[in-house]
Unconditional design. Sequence first.
Length: 441
Amino acid sequence: MRFVTTRGRAPATSLEWALFDGLAPDGSLYMPESIDRWAPEELAALPSRSLVEIGIRTLRPYTAEEIDEATLGSLVTDALNFPIPLVEVEPGVHALELFHGPTLAFKDIGARVMARLISALHDREAPTSVLVATSGDTGSAVGHAFHGVPHTRVIVLYPAGRVSPRQEAQLTMFNAEPSSNVRAYAIAGNFDDCQRLVKAASADSALLERLRLTSANSINIGRLLPQMVYYFHAVAQLARRTGSDRTFVSTPSGNFGNLTAGLMAKRAGLPIERFVAATNVNDVVPVYLTTGRFEPRASKQTVANAMDVGNPSNFDRMSWMYGGDVGAMRRDIVGSSHADDEISATIRRVYEERGYLLDPHSAIAYLGITRSGFDVRSVPGIFLATAHPAKFHDVVEAAIGHAVDKPAPLVEALSRPSHVMRIDASLDAIKERLFDSDRNS
Ligand SMILES: Cc1ncc(COP(=O)(O)O)c(C=O)c1O
């Protein structure tokens, strides 16, 4: 399978190069040149397939020319080693819980598979170095995803004093291990400084001569492809439980990678009737679906802050998939946007009435499925629960009036001795760390 760019001004390339580039040379995003369609009998057999089997089947067409079947099998088994259960929250409304991985969010899934794809595609003496800037969450998902993965080294840069104590504990968890391949540095600066340093390092020719450097950011196709897997797994579980393989899916969206992966799964033949693009008040895509005009704007701060995105990068991919035809996109997607007070009231109400605790992002997805006029009693609905409520405990605790239990991975991160490593916001400081980790590998 070749990977083309959404702008079409750079040559099609292999999975390996699409993964290492992240952003394509023409400044746009990679997509597979075609979406492999599942045969009707494969779809009929979906309910009897395990998560790992579905993962292998989903990824095989995109990897087959570069990664052999046995390697793919073991990397998927290793990456998807936690459950992704479908839980009925109320009649006809199901949560797909994507937060049982090591950093308690859906990003674990894409990042863990991507780390192992990079490792499997490794063909040089030197390890691949991954440099990531983070405002908190992505860095720990990437760090945990690569931890212990052969032929890889990760350096995470986060702004000192600007991440929460829980985020910092998760970010720095591996700093105390002498031989860890993951290091997180607190940069004396803000998130923009961290991003600027990653960009500067990625453009430094002397550095690139010595190191194989990549940035595992959210637009990487290596994170998107594995996200298709859980849509198949959701429908498999729904069909097992209810006998229905028809469904509506609500995806809480910020940068729209998660929804794009769902659209790809639908193209592959998955019987999803329609998607809800569920957002907070950063609603440029719901507005586009109504007006036909895509008008990016500065983001607004909300209680679902991982979705505070005013110019979603994956809109390019969505638009490419529909050839820019908003009418065609409307047939597959309906928009739904929700303000902070509605999100908090929903967390409280669903907890009181159903005993189910939503994080703010999952609450938006829940609102998307329950407020879009679908008859979920005849065609069941699924919403993606993308983060554990303990990750956003401030908002959740304010909504329900008491503390949220900490799940085991968070207890472990918080119980480790803190090992914060501070460095200057300078390219030289980053280079020194990159060369150091290269020498120690
Ligand atoms: C918890 C959570 N939910 C939903 C999203 C939105 O996903 P996407 O950016 O793929 O639209 C994010 C993005 O970071 C997130 O962290």
